[in-house]
Design a protein around this ligand. Structure first.
Ligand code: GCB
Length: 594
């Protein structure tokens, strides 16, 4: 799905701001039929949970209602009028006046409603949106709602707070009736020149032509037709740390007249897994960086451009060249920024918590099977497939995205895992044959019992030796870690990325001993992992868990959230940030030589 843009033929109105707000229990049964009751107002974009000093809002399980008036610009007569939500977490129903115009399930991908037949240019309408935070065994991610004596509570298996609401921007935009619907660009290098294979989907009777402009706006290639190859002589590649973008300008033309035009930025680069190397533009690439979260004080998961800029500054400061969008697709602004600033992205789906063995193991109870008709079943897999279609449809043109991570820590050693994942891995490759596919592996799924690693291109491991296992014993942890990495290297002969490793640290807790929760232990723990990575040649990347502290549900292992951040939640460095900066500003994009 195209990102909405203002072009010579398209207008764009942003609907962010303060909207009226009500929790469903305070609203009428059909709240879209009139003004919402009460006086609450909510910020868009933001999670609603932490805005109010009211437990009934924060802990509400079910729907909340958002509402505002919208005026369609006068000049849009005869145009196609589209309403676009960048995200509504986790499910939405959308009413224009009394008319239901859209329903969407999935909290981190965009959706649209065509309002052309519903609203008129110059007219005002009431926009009402119901947003639900409910998760079930057939949503991605999964969760469980329990009703006890009329009280609804929700549990889920992911380690971050279930923030909900309109987390990203809302737009009203116009296109001509005959319009460009989609643009796909796949790039490569052949005979010394760059190329971009493109496909334009256009609606209605028109022909299509495209041209490529360089960063200075000079035309460097052009082609007629809905598909074709654009050859770019003297190409400047998109490189990690040295981004370079071209614009593909697509035009729908009728009788010589340009009816619609859309500009899609892209970068020319290649990605390939060869043997145990991860190659970008044919060069071995070594990932340094973090698993992140979209999580900040007060706004929760609401996108915020100030934090976006600051987080990327801190990535640069620490010498990181990459991050993973753990554990869901991030706002499109984040990927656009990564494209422009040369940061490499592992793009992850929201499939986190497909793992009932974890709860069984931690609680001492017999584990419920993860893959069964009552747990993750065919409907879950179809929701996961739909999520993949929406994610890849949205992010396929980003040069920063070099790999899909289609799930975080599923129970991939359990019966049924292969049957569940094999079709999803095939679907991912079908939707995008150009990027490697991975899953972030959980510690219980070892090189000996994991059932899906052979289907994937890269072994991505999340490991906590020295923290959850051999707590505080870095000598034992070092041996265990090295033993496991060497065993994966022996059994799979694929590149290995450590997509999570880290220890919690409370800023201000200090110790001269290996004492968990101290800042020194977090440093020593990371340094131990780095020693091991440098000894195992198949390791091609290290992404620390986590960039910053983040909010979670309550638990005895969490102190106002997860404290594995190398930065605090308000982005101040813990001592470990300096350890990473010291290493990564030396390492660059290549593995340090041992
Ligand atoms: C993991 C999860 C991540 C958690 C982390 C932790 O394995 O992938 O979501 O936050 O461990 O800190 O326990």
């Amino acid at each position: 799905m195209l990102k909405p843009r203002a072009t010579a033929t398209r207008d764009l109105v942003n609907l962010d701001g303060l909207w009226r707000f009500a929790v469903e229990t305070d609203a009428t049964s059909e709240p879209w039929r009139g003004r919402l009751p009460g006086t609450l107002e909510v910020a868009v974009p933001a999670s609603y949970n932490d805005l109010f000093a009211d437990r009934a809002v924060r802990d509400h399980v079910g729907r909340v209602w958002y509402q505002r008036q919208v005026r369609v610009p006068r000049g849009w007569r005869g145009e196609r009028i589209v309403l676009r939500f960048d995200a509504a977490t986790h499910a939405a129903v959308v009413y224009v006046g009394d008319v239901l115009v859209a329903e969407h399930v999935g909290g981190y991908t965009p959706f649209e409603a065509d309002l052309t037949e519903v609203v008129a240019a110059g007219a005002e309408f009431r926009l009402t949106v119901g947003v639900s935070n409910e998760l079930s065994n057939v949503t991605i991610p999964p969760g469980t709602v329990t009703v006890t004596q009329g009280r609804r509570t929700q549990t889920y298996l992911h380690d971050f707070y279930n923030y909900a609401g309109l987390h990203r921007s809302v737009w009203l935009y116009s296109t001509p009736a005959t319009h460009i619907e989609d643009v796909t660009v796949r790039t490569g290098v052949a005979a010394g020149a760059g190329y971009a294979d493109y496909r334009i989907a256009a609606d209605g009777e028109s022909s299509v032509r495209v041209r490529v402009l360089d960063h200075e706006g000079r035309q460097v290639a052009s082609h007629d037709g809905a598909t074709g190859r654009l050859v770019i002589e003297d190409v400047r590649l998109w490189q990690p740390g040295d981004a370079y973008l071209y614009d593909l300008v697509a035009e729908a033309v009728d009788g010589g007249e340009v009816i619609d035009t859309y500009t899609q930025p892209f970068g020319v680069r290649t990605v390939e897994v060869r043997g145990t190397d991860f190659l970008i533009n044919g060069e071995p690439f070594y990932f340094t960086g973090f698993g992140k979260h979209e999580d900040t004080p007060v706004r929760g998961k609401g996108h915020d451009n100030a934090y976006l800029v600051h987080d990327f500054e801190l990535l640069k400061w620490s010498g990181a060249n990459s991050f993973r969008t753990s554990h869901y697709p991030y706002a499109e602004e984040v990927l656009d920024f990564a494209d422009r600033h040369g940061i490499v992205v592992i793009d992850e789906t929201a499939a986190v918590g497909l793992n009932l063995a974890v709860t069984g193991g931690l609680s001492g109870r017999a584990a419920t099977p993860t893959f069964s008709p009552d747990t993750c079943n065919d409907r879950t897999r179809e929701a996961h497939a739909q999520h993949l279609r929406e994610l890849i449809g949205r992010d396929k043109n980003h040069p920063s995205v070099v790999m899909w991570c289609i799930a975080n820590e599923p129970s991939s050693n359990e019966e049924g895992a292969r049957e569940y994942f094999e079709p999803l891995i095939s679907l991912t490759r079908e939707l995008d044959p150009t990027r490697p596919v991975s899953v972030a592996n959980v510690m219980f799924a070892t090189y000996g019992n994991d059932l899906i690693a052979d289907l994937l291109d890269v072994v991505c491991l999340n490991r906590y030796y020295g923290w959850y296992l051999s707590t505080g014993d870095l000598t034992a942890a070092e041996q265990q870690l090295e033993g496991e990495l060497r065993a994966w290297a022996r059994t799979h002969a694929k590149p290995i990325i450590m997509t999570e490793y880290g220890a919690d640290a409370m800023p201000g807790v200090h110790s001269i001993w290996d004492q968990p929760w101290s800042e020194e232990f977090q440093q020593a723990h990371l340094a131990m992992y780095h020693r091991v990575f440098d000894r195992v040649p198949e390791v091609v990347g290290e992404q620390v868990w986590n960039f910053a502290d983040f909010q979670t549900s309550n638990g005895i292992h969490r102190v106002d959230g997860n404290r594995k951040g190398v930065f605090t939640r308000d982005r101040r460095p813990k001592a470990a940030a300096h350890t990473l900066r010291e290493r990564w500003t030396r390492t660059g994009t290549r593995k340090p030589l041992t």
